[in-house]
Design a protein around this ligand. Structure first.
Ligand code: SF4
Length: 178
């Protein structure tokens, strides 16, 4: 299953790369910026967490230890929003294995069911799409938002995912998998 999922991710990454290019005038993502990994609940499916942990086993001992300690503290404190425990020195230590929520973050897309444009969290701190967002009125002045539903449940249950025989299983906030 993980091999099929990797193939599926290759296709998804290509599509997302194209979206990031098309939307580049609104995107401020750059190396060293980790705002999207600092505040969130990070929904992950069972399949994604298995994939993430398949990368975790090969991390150096010291990093694994730090992550386990951070997870332990997060479980004790149980915050709704938190810094991702896999963010080490402002970089994802499991970048190749990161979840779909991590891959799609930063893009704005049109949510047909609610007739509104969904913006990434970082618009609120002056980053992606901030130049087309009026924080006072909540209006978004974006002419051509992405027309794909970039939610992990929609992506993992899409016809494309079915064609790879992907079964994603339950979706939970990241910390609730531990
Ligand atoms: S898994 Fe990596 S990319 Fe995803 S939220 Fe955590 S640190 Fe960020």
């Amino acid at each position: 299953m993980l091999q099929r999922y990797e193939k599926f991710l290759e296709k998804l990454d290509k599509r997302l790369e194209k979206y990031f290019e098309e939307q580049c005038e609104f995107i401020k993502c750059k190396s060293g910026c980790s705002a999207c990994c600092e505040v969130g609940e990070y929904p992950f499916s069972r399949l994604e967490i298995e994939y993430l942990m398949s990368g975790f086993v090969n991390l150096p001992f010291g990093i694994k230890h730090k992550i386990k300690e951070d997870i332990k503290h997060l479980k004790q404190e149980n915050p709704k929003l938190y810094r991702c425990p896999f963010l080490i020195n402002n970089m994802c230590c499991l970048y190749k294995y990161r979840g779909i929520v991590c891959r799609t973050h930063g893009l704005a897309w049109y949510d047909e069911s609610e007739n509104r444009i969904r913006l990434p969290y970082c618009v609120n701190i002056g980053l992606n799409y901030s130049k087309v967002f009026d924080r006072e009125t909540g209006e978004v002045f974006l002419q051509n938002p992405i027309r794909e539903r970039l939610r992990i449940d929609s992506i993992l249950k899409s016809p494309q995912a079915k064609s790879y025989q992907i079964e994603c299983g339950e979706i939970r906030p990241l910390i609730r998998w531990f």
